[in-house]
Write a protein of this length. Structure first.
Length: 249
């Protein structure tokens, strides 16, 4: 019975071999080399449109298959180091597996390229007056519940900084008691400080305190002066520095 062959376009001898293996549903790790060699040679004999340069690669693979086929008929060689039998098809199988990985990777890249070709991007066409628009913010409304909370956070931050400055060893040698700080004295100090500086940050005022008690009294003095309208507290944006301004002439 004459073998009918439908020629296809192959990228090379490995592509033709892989086609024959997949067409015959052959296990790539157990190739029936005799059958594959016969089918491969039938394809090669039917290739009339290929040039000599292209045919040279197919003929080289044909010679390789015939060499493997002849080795399969001989007694199998044994590896002296491992004691295992050497399969003449091992090198060919490795080349086929490597080619198969790159072939299907190229298919995946081609699909992604086709998918990307269907996407269309356009530049932004937003008018300048729209892109430059900034929503007006009511600072008073935005900060109505923030001022005291922010003051408290800064107070705790400065307190922790003072604790970190303490030497855990030398601080236990002994303590020198200081005279208690009165709220009236601290308010007077803040008023003098505000009169000299006019505008200053709440953080800088707290950092001048030397101990925890002075910080607490300073914090209370600020609240008292805010209450009686001697100073004002301003915060231009969320998490920005809180500034204190003297309202006295």
């Amino acid at each position: 019975m004459k073998l009918e062959i439908k020629l296809e376009s192959f990228d090379g001898p490995l592509d033709l071999l892989l086609h024959l293996i997949e067409q015959n549903e052959i296990d790539i790790f157990d190739i029936p080399i005799a059958d594959i060699t016969d089918q491969y040679l039938a394809y090669v004999h039917a290739m009339q449109e290929y040039s000599m340069d292209e045919m040279s690669e197919f003929m080289l693979m044909a010679a390789t298959l015939l060499n493997i086929k002849s080795k399969m008929l001989l007694p199998k060689e044994v590896d002296e180091e491992t004691g295992e039998e050497i399969d003449p098809r091992a090198e060919l199988v490795e080349r086929l597996l490597e080619y198969k990985v790159y072939k299907y990777a190229s298919f995946e890249l081609k699909d992604r390229q086709d998918s990307a070709g269907k996407m269309l991007f356009r530049e932004a066409t937003i008018p300048d007056e729209v892109s430059d628009y900034k929503e007006e913010v009511n600072v008073s409304e935005l900060l109505q519940d923030v001022t005291l909370s922010r003051l408290r956070n800064i107070f705790y931050e400065v307190m922790h900084r003072q604790i970190d400055r303490k030497d855990p060893i030398r601080s236990q040698f002994g303590q020198i008691k200081k005279e208690p700080v009165s709220l009236e004295d601290r308010i007077e100090y803040i008023q003098v400080y505000a009169s000299d500086h006019k505008t200053f940050s709440f953080r800088n005022l707290l950092e001048e305190a030397n101990d925890k008690l002075t910080m607490i009294v300073t914090f209370l003095g600020i609240l008292e002066l805010m209450k009686i309208g001697k100073i004002s507290v301003v915060q231009e944006s969320i998490f920005s520095e809180i500034m204190i301004e003297s309202l006295e002439g």
